[in-house]
Write a new protein. Structure first.
Length: 69
C-alpha cells in the first residue's frame, strides 16, 4: 500500500504538521508506521525560496510499503 503524507517544511528546513491524506483507505498499522518514520526523521530539508528568501513549503510525499508473506 501507499501512504500519502503531507507536512510543512519550515524556513529553517524542519518538518512540522505531519498528516496522512488517505488514512481511510489504508491499514491503520501502515499509517501509524509512516507517521512514526516522518516524525522521527532527524535531518533537515532544504527550505523553499521565494524572491531570495526562505519560506515555508507545503509538501506531499508517498511512502510505499511492499508486504510479503
Amino acid at each position: 500500500g501507499t501512504v500519502y503524507i503531507t507536512f510543512i517544511v519550515s524556513e529553517i528546513g524542519k518538518i512540522a504538521e505531519v498528516n496522512c491524506v488517505n488514512d481511510r483507505y489504508i491499514s491503520p498499522d501502515l499509517v501509524e508506521e509512516a507517521l512514526r518514520v516522518m516524525n522521527a526523521y532527524p535531518y533537515y530539508w532544504t527550505p523553499a525560496t521565494f524572491n531570495g528568501k526562505t519560506v515555508e513549503q507545503y509538501m506531499r510525499i508517498p511512502i510505499r510499503f511492499n508486504l510479503t508473506n
